[in-house]
Design a protein around this ligand. Sequence first.
Ligand code: NAI
Ligand code: BUO
Length: 259
Amino acid sequence: MRLDGKIVLVTGAAQGIGRGIALRLANEGANIALVDLKTEKLESVRGEIEALGRKASVFAADVSQRDAVYAAIDHAETALGGFDVMINNAGIAQVNPIADVMPEEVERILRINIQGVLWGIQASAAKFKTRGQKGKIINASSIAGHDGFALLGVYSATKFAVRALTQSAAKEYASSGITVNAYCPGIVGTDMWVEIDERFSALTGTPKGETYRKYVDGIALGRAQTPDDVAALVAFLASADSDYITGQSILTDGGIVYR
Ligand SMILES: NC(=O)C1=CN([C@@H]2O[C@H](COP(=O)(O)OP(=O)(O)OC[C@H]3O[C@@H](n4cnc5c(N)ncnc54)[C@H](O)[C@@H]3O)[C@@H](O)[C@H]2O)C=CC1
Ligand SMILES: CC(=O)C(C)=O
Protein backbone atom coordinates (compact mmCIF):
# COMPACT_ATOMS: atom_id res chain seq x y z
CA MET A 1 0.00 0.00 0.00
CA ARG A 2 2.91 2.37 -0.60
CA LEU A 3 2.08 5.90 -1.74
CA ASP A 4 5.63 7.04 -2.50
CA GLY A 5 5.69 10.53 -3.99
CA LYS A 6 1.90 10.88 -4.19
CA ILE A 7 0.47 14.29 -3.34
CA VAL A 8 -2.57 13.96 -1.08
CA LEU A 9 -4.82 16.78 0.18
CA VAL A 10 -6.66 16.11 3.46
CA THR A 11 -9.40 18.45 4.72
CA GLY A 12 -10.12 18.63 8.44
CA ALA A 13 -6.48 17.63 8.95
CA ALA A 14 -5.83 19.60 12.14
CA GLN A 15 -7.02 16.88 14.51
CA GLY A 16 -8.87 13.60 14.95
CA ILE A 17 -9.45 11.36 11.95
CA GLY A 18 -7.99 13.87 9.44
CA ARG A 19 -4.72 14.12 11.37
CA GLY A 20 -4.62 10.31 11.66
CA ILE A 21 -5.10 9.95 7.90
CA ALA A 22 -2.42 12.56 7.15
CA LEU A 23 0.15 10.81 9.36
CA ARG A 24 -0.67 7.33 8.08
CA LEU A 25 -0.43 8.35 4.43
CA ALA A 26 2.83 10.20 5.12
CA ASN A 27 4.14 6.98 6.68
CA GLU A 28 3.25 5.26 3.39
CA GLY A 29 5.43 7.77 1.49
CA ALA A 30 2.94 10.50 0.49
CA ASN A 31 3.46 14.25 0.74
CA ILE A 32 0.47 15.90 2.36
CA ALA A 33 -1.44 19.16 1.81
CA LEU A 34 -3.11 19.94 5.13
CA VAL A 35 -6.34 21.98 5.06
CA ASP A 36 -8.49 23.13 7.99
CA LEU A 37 -9.73 26.23 9.77
CA LYS A 38 -7.41 25.62 12.75
CA THR A 39 -4.06 26.85 11.47
CA GLU A 40 -2.09 26.49 14.71
CA LYS A 41 -2.97 22.81 14.95
CA LEU A 42 -2.23 22.38 11.23
CA GLU A 43 1.29 23.72 11.80
CA SER A 44 1.77 21.10 14.49
CA VAL A 45 0.66 18.30 12.12
CA ARG A 46 2.97 19.74 9.46
CA GLY A 47 5.86 19.34 11.95
CA GLU A 48 4.89 15.71 12.62
CA ILE A 49 4.85 14.94 8.89
CA GLU A 50 8.16 16.65 8.20
CA ALA A 51 9.67 14.65 11.08
CA LEU A 52 8.76 11.53 9.05
CA GLY A 53 10.84 12.88 6.16
CA ARG A 54 7.85 13.84 4.00
CA LYS A 55 6.80 17.22 2.63
CA ALA A 56 3.72 19.00 3.95
CA SER A 57 1.92 22.25 3.17
CA VAL A 58 -0.65 24.15 5.22
CA PHE A 59 -3.64 26.07 3.87
CA ALA A 60 -6.46 27.64 5.88
CA ALA A 61 -9.81 27.13 4.17
CA ASP A 62 -13.47 26.73 5.03
CA VAL A 63 -14.62 23.77 2.93
CA SER A 64 -18.15 25.17 2.72
CA GLN A 65 -16.76 27.97 0.51
CA ARG A 66 -16.40 26.77 -3.08
CA ASP A 67 -13.68 29.27 -4.03
CA ALA A 68 -11.67 28.37 -0.94
CA VAL A 69 -11.67 24.68 -1.88
CA TYR A 70 -10.48 25.46 -5.42
CA ALA A 71 -7.76 27.71 -3.92
CA ALA A 72 -6.68 24.97 -1.50
CA ILE A 73 -6.14 22.54 -4.38
CA ASP A 74 -4.20 25.12 -6.43
CA HIS A 75 -2.03 25.77 -3.36
CA ALA A 76 -1.36 22.04 -2.86
CA GLU A 77 -0.32 21.63 -6.50
CA THR A 78 2.04 24.61 -6.36
CA ALA A 79 3.49 23.92 -2.92
CA LEU A 80 4.02 20.16 -3.36
CA GLY A 81 4.45 19.86 -7.13
CA GLY A 82 1.41 17.78 -8.09
CA PHE A 83 -1.96 16.48 -7.00
CA ASP A 84 -3.06 12.83 -6.90
CA VAL A 85 -5.58 12.17 -4.11
CA MET A 86 -8.34 14.29 -2.52
CA ILE A 87 -9.67 13.35 0.91
CA ASN A 88 -12.86 15.21 1.82
CA ASN A 89 -12.72 14.49 5.55
CA ALA A 90 -13.83 17.76 7.21
CA GLY A 91 -17.24 17.60 8.85
CA ILE A 92 -19.20 18.65 11.89
CA ALA A 93 -21.69 16.86 14.13
CA GLN A 94 -25.04 18.11 15.32
CA VAL A 95 -27.20 16.57 18.02
CA ASN A 96 -30.85 17.59 18.20
CA PRO A 97 -34.22 15.83 18.10
CA ILE A 98 -35.94 16.29 14.76
CA ALA A 99 -38.77 18.12 16.57
CA ASP A 100 -36.39 20.93 17.61
CA VAL A 101 -34.14 21.40 14.58
CA MET A 102 -34.04 25.01 13.32
CA PRO A 103 -33.20 26.34 9.83
CA GLU A 104 -29.85 28.00 10.69
CA GLU A 105 -28.32 24.82 12.15
CA VAL A 106 -29.55 22.73 9.21
CA GLU A 107 -28.10 25.22 6.75
CA ARG A 108 -24.74 25.22 8.55
CA ILE A 109 -24.31 21.44 8.57
CA LEU A 110 -25.52 21.07 4.98
CA ARG A 111 -23.00 23.69 3.87
CA ILE A 112 -20.08 21.93 5.56
CA ASN A 113 -20.92 18.22 5.37
CA ILE A 114 -22.60 18.12 1.95
CA GLN A 115 -21.47 21.19 0.01
CA GLY A 116 -17.94 20.86 1.43
CA VAL A 117 -17.71 17.35 -0.03
CA LEU A 118 -19.39 18.44 -3.28
CA TRP A 119 -16.91 21.29 -3.85
CA GLY A 120 -14.06 18.95 -2.97
CA ILE A 121 -15.21 16.39 -5.55
CA GLN A 122 -15.85 19.02 -8.21
CA ALA A 123 -12.61 20.97 -7.72
CA SER A 124 -10.34 17.92 -7.46
CA ALA A 125 -11.86 16.22 -10.53
CA ALA A 126 -11.42 19.48 -12.50
CA LYS A 127 -7.76 19.62 -11.42
CA PHE A 128 -7.10 15.96 -12.35
CA LYS A 129 -8.60 16.63 -15.79
CA THR A 130 -6.59 19.83 -16.32
CA ARG A 131 -3.45 17.93 -15.39
CA GLY A 132 -4.46 15.13 -17.78
CA GLN A 133 -4.07 12.44 -15.14
CA LYS A 134 -6.01 9.86 -13.16
CA GLY A 135 -7.01 10.62 -9.58
CA LYS A 136 -8.66 9.32 -6.45
CA ILE A 137 -11.35 11.08 -4.42
CA ILE A 138 -12.17 9.75 -0.95
CA ASN A 139 -15.05 11.11 1.15
CA ALA A 140 -15.98 10.87 4.85
CA SER A 141 -19.37 9.24 5.38
CA SER A 142 -20.22 7.27 8.56
CA ILE A 143 -22.21 4.39 9.99
CA ALA A 144 -24.76 7.24 10.20
CA GLY A 145 -24.66 7.25 6.40
CA HIS A 146 -26.05 3.69 6.44
CA ASP A 147 -28.46 3.90 9.43
CA GLY A 148 -30.23 7.02 10.70
CA PHE A 149 -29.33 7.58 14.38
CA ALA A 150 -31.73 9.08 16.94
CA LEU A 151 -30.86 12.71 17.83
CA LEU A 152 -28.40 12.68 14.93
CA GLY A 153 -31.07 12.89 12.23
CA VAL A 154 -29.73 15.84 10.25
CA TYR A 155 -26.13 14.65 10.67
CA SER A 156 -27.21 11.20 9.42
CA ALA A 157 -28.93 12.82 6.43
CA THR A 158 -25.68 14.58 5.48
CA LYS A 159 -23.76 11.30 5.64
CA PHE A 160 -26.39 9.52 3.48
CA ALA A 161 -25.92 12.43 1.05
CA VAL A 162 -22.16 11.81 0.97
CA ARG A 163 -22.88 8.23 -0.15
CA ALA A 164 -25.17 9.55 -2.92
CA LEU A 165 -22.56 12.04 -4.12
CA THR A 166 -19.93 9.31 -4.02
CA GLN A 167 -22.01 7.02 -6.24
CA SER A 168 -23.00 9.76 -8.71
CA ALA A 169 -19.48 11.17 -8.97
CA ALA A 170 -18.04 7.68 -9.46
CA LYS A 171 -20.34 7.20 -12.46
CA GLU A 172 -19.66 10.67 -13.91
CA TYR A 173 -15.86 10.55 -13.58
CA ALA A 174 -15.07 6.87 -14.27
CA SER A 175 -14.37 7.54 -17.96
CA SER A 176 -11.76 10.14 -16.90
CA GLY A 177 -9.89 7.56 -14.82
CA ILE A 178 -11.03 9.10 -11.54
CA THR A 179 -12.34 6.83 -8.77
CA VAL A 180 -14.59 8.09 -5.98
CA ASN A 181 -15.14 6.15 -2.74
CA ALA A 182 -16.12 6.84 0.86
CA TYR A 183 -15.13 5.52 4.28
CA CYS A 184 -17.78 4.97 6.94
CA PRO A 185 -16.30 4.91 10.46
CA GLY A 186 -18.17 3.88 13.60
CA ILE A 187 -17.47 5.36 17.04
CA VAL A 188 -14.08 7.08 16.91
CA GLY A 189 -12.68 8.65 20.09
CA THR A 190 -12.14 12.19 18.79
CA ASP A 191 -13.29 15.66 19.87
CA MET A 192 -16.39 15.11 17.77
CA TRP A 193 -17.54 12.38 20.15
CA VAL A 194 -16.72 14.51 23.21
CA GLU A 195 -19.11 17.08 21.75
CA ILE A 196 -21.77 14.48 20.85
CA ASP A 197 -21.60 12.95 24.34
CA GLU A 198 -21.92 16.36 26.04
CA ARG A 199 -24.89 17.28 23.89
CA PHE A 200 -26.66 13.95 24.60
CA SER A 201 -26.11 14.64 28.34
CA ALA A 202 -27.60 18.10 28.05
CA LEU A 203 -30.63 16.83 26.12
CA THR A 204 -31.38 13.57 27.96
CA GLY A 205 -29.84 14.00 31.43
CA THR A 206 -27.55 11.02 30.83
CA PRO A 207 -24.33 11.44 32.88
CA LYS A 208 -21.32 12.67 30.89
CA GLY A 209 -19.41 9.82 29.27
CA GLU A 210 -22.40 7.41 29.42
CA THR A 211 -23.59 7.86 25.84
CA TYR A 212 -20.10 7.28 24.45
CA ARG A 213 -19.70 4.21 26.71
CA LYS A 214 -23.09 2.84 25.62
CA TYR A 215 -22.17 3.13 21.95
CA VAL A 216 -18.72 1.60 22.50
CA ASP A 217 -20.29 -1.28 24.44
CA GLY A 218 -22.31 -2.07 21.32
CA ILE A 219 -19.21 -2.64 19.15
CA ALA A 220 -18.69 -6.34 18.37
CA LEU A 221 -14.88 -6.06 18.46
CA GLY A 222 -15.13 -4.61 21.97
CA ARG A 223 -13.30 -1.30 21.74
CA ALA A 224 -13.68 2.22 20.43
CA GLN A 225 -12.22 2.97 17.01
CA THR A 226 -9.01 5.00 16.68
CA PRO A 227 -8.18 7.46 13.88
CA ASP A 228 -5.52 4.97 12.76
CA ASP A 229 -8.17 2.25 12.30
CA VAL A 230 -9.93 4.61 9.88
CA ALA A 231 -6.65 5.68 8.25
CA ALA A 232 -5.82 2.04 7.41
CA LEU A 233 -8.89 1.85 5.14
CA VAL A 234 -8.19 5.29 3.66
CA ALA A 235 -4.58 4.26 2.89
CA PHE A 236 -5.96 1.30 0.93
CA LEU A 237 -8.44 3.52 -0.93
CA ALA A 238 -5.64 5.99 -1.75
CA SER A 239 -3.36 3.25 -3.08
CA ALA A 240 -3.17 1.41 -6.40
CA ASP A 241 -4.56 -1.66 -4.59
CA SER A 242 -8.03 -0.08 -4.82
CA ASP A 243 -7.81 0.84 -8.52
CA TYR A 244 -10.75 -1.42 -9.48
CA ILE A 245 -13.07 -0.07 -6.75
CA THR A 246 -15.33 2.95 -7.33
CA GLY A 247 -18.62 4.30 -5.99
CA GLN A 248 -18.37 2.36 -2.74
CA SER A 249 -18.99 3.60 0.82
CA ILE A 250 -17.09 1.12 2.92
CA LEU A 251 -17.89 0.46 6.59
CA THR A 252 -15.03 0.34 9.09
CA ASP A 253 -16.74 0.17 12.49
CA GLY A 254 -15.58 -2.91 14.41
CA GLY A 255 -19.03 -4.47 13.96
CA ILE A 256 -21.94 -2.05 14.48
CA VAL A 257 -23.74 -1.83 11.16
CA TYR A 258 -23.82 -4.88 8.85
CA ARG A 259 -24.41 -4.37 5.10
N1 NAI B 1 -15.65 10.68 15.29
C1 NAI B 1 -16.46 9.77 14.81
O1 NAI B 1 -16.90 8.88 15.55
C2 NAI B 1 -16.83 9.76 13.37
C3 NAI B 1 -16.51 10.77 12.50
N2 NAI B 1 -16.91 10.69 11.18
C4 NAI B 1 -16.57 11.74 10.24
O2 NAI B 1 -15.16 11.83 10.11
C5 NAI B 1 -14.77 13.18 9.82
C6 NAI B 1 -13.75 13.65 10.84
O3 NAI B 1 -14.31 13.57 12.13
P1 NAI B 1 -13.47 13.75 13.49
O4 NAI B 1 -12.03 13.74 13.23
O5 NAI B 1 -14.05 12.82 14.47
O6 NAI B 1 -13.96 15.23 13.89
P2 NAI B 1 -13.18 16.40 14.67
O7 NAI B 1 -14.26 17.35 15.09
O8 NAI B 1 -12.26 15.87 15.68
O9 NAI B 1 -12.30 17.07 13.51
C7 NAI B 1 -12.91 17.68 12.40
C8 NAI B 1 -11.94 18.67 11.78
O10 NAI B 1 -12.61 19.28 10.67
C9 NAI B 1 -12.39 20.68 10.73
N3 NAI B 1 -13.49 21.41 10.11
C10 NAI B 1 -14.76 21.51 10.54
N4 NAI B 1 -15.47 22.31 9.75
C11 NAI B 1 -14.62 22.75 8.78
C12 NAI B 1 -14.76 23.61 7.67
N5 NAI B 1 -15.93 24.22 7.41
N6 NAI B 1 -13.68 23.81 6.88
C13 NAI B 1 -12.50 23.22 7.15
N7 NAI B 1 -12.31 22.38 8.21
C14 NAI B 1 -13.36 22.16 9.00
C15 NAI B 1 -12.28 21.01 12.22
O11 NAI B 1 -11.61 22.25 12.44
C16 NAI B 1 -11.54 19.80 12.74
O12 NAI B 1 -10.14 19.99 12.71
C17 NAI B 1 -16.08 13.99 9.83
O13 NAI B 1 -16.55 14.14 8.52
C18 NAI B 1 -17.02 13.12 10.64
O14 NAI B 1 -18.37 13.38 10.34
C19 NAI B 1 -17.61 9.63 10.70
C20 NAI B 1 -17.96 8.62 11.53
C21 NAI B 1 -17.60 8.58 12.91
C1 BUO C 1 -19.92 10.84 14.57
C2 BUO C 1 -20.51 9.73 13.84
O1 BUO C 1 -20.54 9.70 12.64
C3 BUO C 1 -21.00 8.69 14.57
C4 BUO C 1 -21.93 7.80 13.96
O2 BUO C 1 -20.69 8.53 15.68
